[in-house]
Ligand binder design. Structure first.
Ligand SMILES: NC(=O)c1ccc[n+]([C@@H]2O[C@H](COP(=O)([O-])OP(=O)(O)OC[C@H]3O[C@@H](n4cnc5c(N)ncnc54)[C@H](OP(=O)(O)O)[C@@H]3O)[C@@H](O)[C@H]2O)c1
Length: 494
């Protein structure tokens, strides 16, 4: 998108009363405003079912809480951009009567007036921060509220999850493809907006040092962990129907894996990058039942642990068998990766919150040095820390000082946030900026979504025939997740 068009643009958020809008989307737009990347010429239209005044909506956004160090002056300026509208876009809203529906007419008029007053020329970003069940309906409403002769640039962003399974995602994609072109569709996975995730491609493909050894000849295993100390909080209604496999494996873990394992794209252009990324979920071998661990957090009454079990959380059924933790051994069936186990794990109410990837090289130290001088765990390892402290570390071996020849692993550690923290945009800021720029690189292509769901559906089938294990809240996960690696003499890198 060129600069002039970028300046003349309306942002429309559906699901404006939701948690995501309050905690992430509005703070991200505020930061873009502070950096002059959006301006008073970019109205932010916020839409939800709940009926309330603009002032009431703005106070519910609680911006002082969610935007660190914000001043009153900054806020007074920024809130002038925000216009709230209520509209029922659930199943009750009869799309076929949209033209005659007062709700839609009022919204269309409001949007078109704002467009005219701010000279947006019909350039609009629609951001759907609502459950996927509403995506189809909202897409149709958007189309119906656009004036016939609208010549502006249109972009529509869908929050994850894109569908609930392969069938529903295909149905959804088919339907929205009749309304929008693929180059107008932005399927959001906010992990792709994180600074270190965006760094992975450059780290791999702009450093001669690493790419040459990025294959099964040199790499022993890859580990990807997304650990959360939070429980389900107030999102039990959503989470209990979803579970860790659909909530994290199908999207965030799959995208991280695709970045770390993809082949070099023809260029860094969105089409080429997304094409290579989409080949990874398609190339995954179907795992065996023993390669999967599903688990749920549960307090153990015998050790005075007063934490809550998952089934005791507000809004969760006391018979729930939903997995709050998943670990899986995966394998990519291509020439580069065949034979390399890829271990992924994610869970809630774990000991700490962090996301990282470990690329563990084959251990050669014990082949060269006499027994007793090498550790079992002296493999070279590249650690990519995605959050909270971002950075990349390389562990390698040196001689332990002193007499004799003893190997000692040490680390070279690049701390990304120490160097760039103040200037690093948060994930949703990067997401909005990329949509504004019309750059689809960090958004999931339909091919990726489809093949991820195909694989995930298979994992869900396996999970149906597996017993759920349990782990203590505040622990590093169930014992079974360690056994997954232990069987081959490996260990999670913690
Ligand atoms: N929260 C997060 O951190 C997060 C992170 C990543 C992705 N997401 C995804 O983002 C989406 C929104 O998440 P959220 O946490 O903000 O959810 P939320 O707090 O439940 O809010 C959902 C929003 O959608 C509207 N809504 C819900 N059901 C609707 C229906 N049937 N018809 C019309 N409107 C409906 C609600 O508005 P009214 O009830 O006022 O109309 C509300 O504004 C979800 O798909 C979620 O998976 C959330």
């Amino acid at each position: 998108m060129d600069n002039d068009i970028k300046k003349e643009l309306m942002i429309v958020i559906f699901g404006a009363t939701g948690d995501l809008t309050k905690r992430k989307l509005i703070p991200a737009l505020f930061q873009l405003y502070k950096k002059n990347n959006i301006s008073t010429k970019n109205p932010i239209v916020c839409i939800s079912r709940s009926d309330m005044s603009n002032d009431n909506f703005i106070s519910r956004l609680d911006m002082k809480k969610y935007i660190p160090k914000v001043t009153k002056d900054d806020l007074d300026d920024f809130i002038k951009l925000i216009k709230y509208h209520s509209l029922d876009f659930s199943e009750n809203c009869n799309i076929d009567k949209c033209e005659s529906c007062d709700n839609c007419k009022t919204l269309a008029m409001a949007i078109n007036t704002l467009d005219k007053n701010n000279q947006c020329h019909g350039n609009r970003i629609f951001y759907l921060a609502t459950p996927p069940s509403t995506f189809e309906n909202i897409s149709r409403i958007i189309r119906k509220t656009l004036p016939e002769n609208c010549k502006g640039q249109m972009k529509i962003a869908f929050e994850k999850p894109f569908g609930f399974d392969l069938e529903s995602s295909r149905k959804l994609n088919k339907s929205i493809s009749t309304i929008f072109n693929e180059d107008e569709i932005y399927r959001v996975d906010h992990y792709m907006g994180k600074a270190l995730v965006q760094d992975i491609l450059l780290f791999r493909f702009s450093n001669l040092l690493y790419e040459q050894v990025w294959n099964n000849k040199f790499i022993d295993n890859i580990q990807i962990t997304i650990s959360e100390s939070m429980g389900v909080e107030y999102r039990a209604g959503y989470y209990d129907k979803t579970g860790a496999i659909k909530d994290m494996l199908q999207n965030h873990l799959m995208q991280l894996l695709s970045l770390v394992a993809m082949d070099e794209p023809q260029s860094f252009n969105a089409v080429h990058v997304r094409r290579e990324m989409s080949k990874i979920p398609t190339s995954l071998k179907l795992p065996h039942k023993n390669d999967l661990v599903i688990s749920q957090y549960k307090r153990y009454l015998d050790n005075k642990n007063t934490d809550t079990s998952y089934i005791e959380e507000y809004g969760v059924s006391n018979k729930s068998k939903t997995e709050t933790f998943v670990a899986l051994k995966m394998e990519i069936d291509n020439n580069r990766w065949r034979g390399v186990p890829i271990y992924v794990r994610t869970g809630k109410r774990l000991k700490s919150t962090f996301a990282e990837m470990n690329i563990v090289f084959k251990d050669v130290s014990c082949k060269l040095f006499p027994k007793g001088t090498c550790y079992n765990n002296s493999s070279n390892t590249i650690t990519i820390r995605i959050q909270p402290d971002t950075g990349i570390a390389l562990s390698f071996n040196i001689k332990k000082p002193g007499p004799g020849l003893e190997i000692m692993p040490v680390k070279m550690d690049f701390c990304h946030h120490c160097l760039f923290n103040l200037n690093t945009p948060k994930a949703y800021e990067a997401v909005f900026q990329a949509i504004i720029n019309g750059d689809q690189t960090i958004f999931t292509s339909w091919d990726s979504v489809e093949s991820s769901w195909k694989y995930t559906d298979h994992i869900l089938d396996i999970a149906k025939n597996k017993d759920l294990s349990y782990y203590g809240p505040g622990s590093t996960g169930p014992k079974e997740a360690c056994d997954l690696l232990g069987a081959s003499g490996r260990k999670w890198i913690n």
